[in-house]
Structure formats: C-alpha cells, structure tokens
Design a protein around this ligand. Structure first.
Ligand code: AHR
Length: 655
C-alpha cells in the first residue's frame, strides 16, 4: 500500500513537472533579450570598500597609510599613542622583519614603565588606540571579533588589555590576552560591549613591561553578510542583494587601470590571507587594504546570485591619472612589450583561479580560501574607458587574442572610451568590430534631458556588430527627475535587450563626507543608509527583469518623448512585467492589451515611484521618495493613468 502511494505521488510529481516545463515558454511573438540586463557596478570610490561595504572597523589596521595617499597621512594615522596610569614607553614604525613583504610596515612598542599609582583607577599600560572610520559603531551584546599579529621582542610574555571605549574612556567591552611567541603569531578574542556606542575606540594596551612588534590589528562585527569571515557590512550588502542584480562588475572604474603603471589593480595582490595582501594607494586619493579582494567579490556575487564581471587593466594605466582626480600618476602609460607575456598569463591565471579544478595551480588557491567548487566565471572585462592610443590598442589585441583562443567559453568585454560619442568612442567601436569583440562597455554621465532625448539610441545599432554593456551611466543628480529620466532610458535598454547585453548605474556607493563623485546611487554613513530615488528605479528594473520583450502591449502617445514604456516576460515564472514612465508634469494615460498572454491572474502587484520632481532623499529624511506597492485588479485590457514624474512597474502572473 505504502509503495503504491509513493508511485502515485511520483507520477503526479512528474506530470506536474512536465506541465510546468511545457509552460516555461514565453508567449508567442516576443523578442529574446539578455537575461543579464540589469546589474551593479561596484568601484572602490567614495570609501565604498574600506570604511564602507567591507566590514572592518579598524582604520589603517596594517600601518600602511602613507603621505602619497594624503599628505598628512603616515603609518601612525588613525592611531593614538596611549599610556594611562602614569606609564611610559616608546613607539616606532619599523620594516626590517615584517609578517610578509607585501605588508612592510609594523609598529614596535617598548613598554618601559607600567604605572602602579594607587590613585589611578583604570588599567595602566602602554599601547595604541584606533579611532576607526570616524569612530566605531558598536551595539550592546553583539559580538566583535578582534585579532592582532604580535611578535614578542623581549623574553617574557606580554600581557594585553584589549577594550572598546567611548571617546571619554568609558570601557564598553574588555578582555585580557597574553603573547606566547617570538615569531609573528595571530591572537584572537571576542569583545561583547555592554552598551551601544556610535563613536567607540579600540584600545590595545600592553600591561607588562617589555618590547613587541604589532601588525594587522583588526575588529569585525561577528554579524557580517551571510556570516562570511572577512565579510561585508550586513545592511549595505542587503541593500545590494535586494536589487537582485544579474551581475556585478568590479573593482572599477578608473581604480582598475590605476594612477600610473605601478598602481594598476593586480588581482593576485588581493587574494590569500589578509596579512599577505598588497595594500595600495587608491586612485581616488585614499587607501585600499584589498581586504575586500577578488575572493570576497566573487563570494558576494555567488551569495546574491549575480554573475561576476571582473575588469582587468588592458596593461595601460588611466589616462586621467595625474590630473585633478589624483595626486600622483603619469597619465596613460603602457607596460613594456617584453612584460606582456607575463601579464597575459596573469589574465589566464584569473580564469583558472575562478573556474579551474581545485587540483589546478590557481584553482587550488581558490579551494584553500574555502571554495573548492568553481565560481563559474562567464565574463571578463579588459580595460576601462581607456584612451584609444596605438599602445592601448596593441595591448588590448594581444590580451584578447589569447583569451579568445584559450577560453572560448569566456565572453570578453572591451571598452569604447568615457563618452557616448567622440574620438575614443569611434575608435573603440572600430577596434571592437575589427576584432569581433563580443561586448563593449559604453559610459555616459550627462543631463536628464539628454537621457530623454536619446531614448532611441540603441534602436539604430547594427545587430551584427558587438553587443553593448552600458557599464556606467547616470544623469548627474539624485532628484526624482533624474531617476525618472534614467527609468525612461532603461525601458529603451529592455527594448534593445537583443543588442544591449548588460547595464549598470555608476557609481554605486558613497560615504557621507568622503565622496569623490557627486552623483551616486546609495549614500551611507557608519549607521544610516540613504538610498536615492535612482536606487529605487534601478531596483524596480533589476528585481523585475524578463528575458523576452514584447512590442505593442502598451499603447501611448508615440510623439510624446516624456512617455516611455516596456513589456517583458520572465519565462522561468511566466510573469509579464509592464514598466511605464511619465517624465511629464501631468498624468497621462496608457492602454494595455495583454490578450497575447493567454490566461492572466485576476490581481497583480503594482509598484509606483512618484513625487515632486525636485525631491531627494536626505540623511534627515531617507524616506522622502520611496516606491509604494499595492495589489491591483487586472484585465486583458485596461487603461493606466501614469502619474506625473513617475515610474510604475506591474507584475502579472500568467501561470
Ligand atoms: O564612476 C566613476 C568613474 O567614472 C569611473 O571610475 C570611471 O570609469 C568613470 O570615468
């Protein structure tokens, strides 16, 4: 009897699966479009990584800050010498025996006297206090993982008092630790504050006399995104995950090709234990620990179901380096040709690191970091809006030729300069078409009016040439009108999703008071996140992507450029998704006809973003402009009155 019910259940299951699979077809007449259309572009600009998405709370943890980054910076920056209880000692920065040659500076503390005066009630000793990134935010009863590397330079073990304190010295959490080795050794502890504080300091105090070297002093909240070690700030990472991006391009931007050849982003410097990674100056005039490195980027992509799109320099540095953007730099310089073979190998090694078996040389390094299975890399970007000089073109071709031949499974994304037109754009497209580069990366930052006026841009693109990745775009502003102009553009990207493979707004993140770029998608400080209206537009599109585009479902006044609309179907679910944009200052009617989709559900989910065209979100009012969701009744045909300055998304189930 039991066997019979199992057989029946199995049969029903199979029938259900077959009927679902048969239904997993789009309606007739749709145009196949990219299923990777809307994604994210993460660049370490505006303190997006260190002090931002990367959850490390200690600033200058490895004493590698230096005056080439900001002229008043040094290995001592963001650290204060402290010697409470009438103690005294000496402190110096040394380089003779580092943990790793990639991480040359460390601090030496010679504790000459620990005070024992009865009238002093606190803990006496000599040590260092870190002020974090504008203070350290801690929450009562949460766990914080502390670690430090110490090398005892005197005979006896050193005892430490590690604490979190308010700026006035009130202890929020404390623990004792003891060293045990004359070699570099990692010591770890958990701190649990009894009170919350938004501007705490980390204090590392040696409480016995002696001498020691210290490096890589780190403090992470135990709660990171998906609880990953060396992980990401949960609230910021969740904001990105909520967008359901199809892909993430990283780590830049201009950061990739760097401020001179020596500053190019070399992916191998960013993997392995953090104390072995090579930190470096950021082209945006601050410091990158590379703690958020290639492993963490790939892991994050996997954690949120986005395809990774790493971008590697095309062996030339950024043409803008050395101008007002950066304090060092040389402009565009090219790696000598006799170094190109090694450089190309570096690109091939990345593919092996991401996709090779755990037994391969580079796959083994991925496995050692905790990821034995491949990351399934599909895309690699070569170059970032580079000047189309003969030097660039020669090197791009050399890299592209080898990747294409050895890895036909990888889609290479080339580059066509920083603007929607002009010399680099023309030469870049020429190069791409000559070389048959599968996809090229276009960039434009311009006015909302330009976005409205250029909605037909991709309708005219030759379907036989390279596909487009609109890798960076924004309409110079965080007002609702900017967001809605971008929404109009995004409907045109969907309409042209047969030639536009991917698109991502830029830049993504910006820390309040630490921005280098005016218009960004998500602003944040140590506690608060302030998404722009543009964020909601991006989210409404990327969380509602389809893979088939349908014409003539939405009728509107075709002569009115302030109106835009698109209709896609997600074949996996069968859902039909309508997007309607009104950039005008009065509501306007659109007519919807869904008869080609067969049966449709009686109700649908509707999201509307609208308001005052000049409204923005601010840290004082982060909710000023937010979308409103509701359930509406649907019919095969209906009229929709699109509010002034609005984006509406309606998702209709058909199964
Ligand atoms: O997104 C900010 C910068 O704009 C990028 O680094 C660069 O690619 C572009 O010029």
């Amino acid at each position: 009897m039991r066997n019979r019910s199992i057989t029946i259940a199995f049969y029903i299951g199979i029938c259900f699966w077959f009927s679902f699979a048969a239904n997993a077809q789009p309606a007739k007449g749709g145009k196949k479009i990219s299923s990777d259309l809307f994604g994210l572009f993460f660049e370490d600009i505006n303190y997006s990584a260190d002090g931002g998405l990367y959850a490390e709370l200690v600033q200058n943890r490895s004493f590698e800050y230096n005056p080439t980054e900001q002229k008043d910076w040094s290995p001592y920056s963001f650290w204060e010498y402290t010697a409470p209880g009438f103690s005294y000692g000496r402190i110096s920065v040394e380089t003779s025996q580092p943990i790793n040659s990639n991480n040359p500076h460390y601090m030496v503390l010679d504790v000459e006297h620990v005070g024992h005066e009865a009238k002093f009630e606190g803990v006496s000793g000599v040590g260092l206090k870190n002020t974090g990134f504008d203070g350290i935010v801690v929450r009562a009863n949460d766990k914080y993982n502390f670690s430090m590397f110490v090398r005892q330079l005197s005979k006896d073990p050193i005892s430490f008092h590690i604490s979190l304190q308010t700026p006035k010295g009130k202890v929020l959490a404390e623990i004792k630790m003891y060293t045990s080795s004359n070699d570099w050794t990692k010591y770890t502890a958990t701190l649990i504050p009894t009170l919350s504080n938004d501007t705490a300091r980390l204090v590392v105090l040696a409480t016995t006399e002696g001498k020691f070297a210290i490096d890589v002093v780190s403090l992470f909240p135990e709660k990171t995104f998906k609880n990953r070690p060396n992980g990401l700030r949960t609230d910021l990472a969740q904001m990105l995950a909520d967008m359901k991006p199809g892909f993430i391009r990283f780590p830049g931007g201009c950061l990739v090709h760097g401020d001179g050849l020596g500053n190019m982003y070399r992916w191998k410097n960013t993997i392995g234990p953090i104390e072995q990674r090579k930190e470096q100056r950021n082209i945006w005039n601050y410091h990158q620990t590379t703690g958020l490195g290639y492993f963490e980027y790939f892991q994050f992509c996997e954690d949120i179901g986005a395809k990774p799109l790493p971008v590697l320099p095309a062996a030339v540095s950024c043409q803008n380096s050395g101008n007002t953007w950066s304090i060092g730099g040389t402009g565009q310089r090219a790696l000598p040709l006799d170094e190109m073979q090694d450089y190309i190998q570096e690109v091939l090694d990345l593919i092996e690191w991401a996709n090779g078996p755990a037994t391969s040389t580079w796959g083994a390094k991925r496995a050692a970091a905790g990821h034995p299975s491949p990351f399934n890399l599909e895309y690699v970007g070569i170059g970032n809006e580079d000047k189309m000089t003969p030097e660039f073109q020669e090197r791009f071709k050399m890299i592209y030729e080898v990747v294409k031949t050895k890895h036909p499974e990888i889609t290479v994304v080339g580059t066509v300069g920083p603007s929607p037109d002009g010399d680099d754009f023309t030469k870049g497209w020429q190069l791409a078409n000559d070389q048959k580069v599968p996809v090229v990366d276009e960039h434009y930052y311009t006015s909302p009016e330009w976005f409205i006026a250029n909605q037909q841009r991709y309708d005219a693109y030759d379907r036989k040439s390279s596909e487009v990745y609109l890798g960076e775009y924004a309409s110079w502003g965080s007002k609702l009108r900017n967001a809605i102009a971008e929404a109009a553009c995004m409907t045109s990207l969907e309409r042209n999703g047969d030639i536009v493979r991917m698109a991502s707004y830029a830049p993504l993140l910006a820390k309040k008071s630490f921005t280098q770029w005016k218009t960004d998608l998500i602003f944040f400080d140590n506690k608060v996140i302030c998404p722009t209206p543009n964020y909601y537009v991006q989210k409404m599109f990327s969380a509602n992507q389809g893979d088939y585009y349908f014409d003539k479902i939405i009728s509107k006044d075709e002569k009115d450029n302030s109106l835009a609309a698109s209709c896609v179907q997600e074949s996996k679910t069968g859902d039909v998704i309508l997007k309607m944009v009104n950039y005008g200052n009065a509501s306007k009617t659109m007519k919807i006809n869904l008869s080609k989709f067969g049966k449709i559900a009686a109700q649908a989910e509707q999201i509307v973003l609208t308001g005052n065209p000049d409204a923005e979100n601010t840290f004082e009012n982060t909710q000023n402009i937010i979308p409103n969701s509701s359930v509406i009744k649907t019919d095969k045909t209906f009229e929709y009155s699109a509010p002034a300055m609005s984006l509406t998304v309606i998702r209709i189930h058909t199964r």
